[in-house]
Design a protein around this ligand. Sequence first.
Ligand SMILES: [Zn+2]
Length: 447
Amino acid sequence: MSKLEDIVSLCKRRGFIFPGSDVYGGFAGTWDFGPLGVTLKKKIMDAWWRFFVEERDDMYGVDAAILMNPRTWEASGHTATFADPLVECKECKSRFRADKIAEGISESVTTEEFLATHTKCPVCGKEDWGPIRKFNMMFATHVGAVLPDDDADVAAKNIAYLRPETAQGIFMNYKNVVDTFYPSLPFGLAQQGKAFRNEISPRDFILRDRECSQMEIEYFVRPEAWETEFEKMRELQHEFLEGVMGLPVEMIHEYEVPEGDRAHYSKRTIDYMFDYPNGEEELMGLAYRTDFDLSNIARESGKSMEYRDKNTGEVLVPHVIEPSIGVERLFLAVMSAAYGEDEIGGGKRVVLRLPENLAPYKFCVSPLLKNKPELVAKAREVYGLLREKYGDVTWDDSGNIGKRYRKQDEIGTPKCVVVDFDSLEDDTVTVRDRDTTEQVRVKIDEL
Ligand SMILES: [Zn+2]
């Protein structure tokens, strides 16, 4: 089993992920994707979009604004309940998320329950706590021309939030899509985009960051059909995670969330847990949200969210099943499953066994020697051919061939193609396989 530090180190060393605002010493809870990271992330997101939207007849995509009318968050319950239990050490003034520093308590922990755990401050070691306070995790900002010397009322009137989830942007467009596309039930609206959470203590690399990308679907169903549709959606997630993302089935565990721990809107939730290097953590969630959101929007806006059946004329408010996955969590799952160390010719090798459809590059092309113009010319020709055919191809003529293989193994390139003197004679090249390290001669036009 790999360690999280190994993956963090590989991500930085090879240009997948860097700490956010690195030159200024970082900025807690933010991460930047480098050239290879953004390619892998895009491939993950595009594969999701293809699987859940483009290859289906019952899905529609939307891309809503990040800044939304603050009434959105009143209606959704986020203003009131999107909060974590914050506890402050009276001795050193450090602040923590109570349920993360004490064993065996939940997010809804009371001050008494927390004190009964006799947790010591992770910073100063004292046991002298203030009361548990609810800390709302939405990032607030001001919209329009608000000046520092404006009074509090002006500032409060112009407050807006960076969306804490993409889901509400989808609900916002439910009526727009129903009125313009007349979809039959069941149908889904899908969205990918950024969401922001002011985590009290961001940690575990990209698992708990303050800014993340989400991929969510709100799947609208007849109320009486929710259980069947929930089961279908549940299976579909496995098809995607295992079939398209290449995650090993034994690393994914379903966890049926008990009533007391479910989000305020959900009647049934399954968390898909994943064996990350630092332990089992949530990878994604599947929730039955009933008509909670549409009914709240109808109440708050005064507009009807009813759906009229084209054939029967029946009028109803659809219920919703929501698969929700964080791109960074999926990214790290893919990296963890792919990361491996083995031994080759007596030396340690780090290898990233990414599925071919996700690897940043499918091929690396290089000339055996970079100081032989005829080899370089031939290799350039092969490079051009492959790039036209596959798109994701990289060129590497640095160092010796062994070093190039090590580098391509570390970034997950499935095949390395090397042009040598024989290539000039018989139009064949050496193709070396990342996983087996075996080399075969292949005709250039059969690549
Ligand atoms: Zn302390």
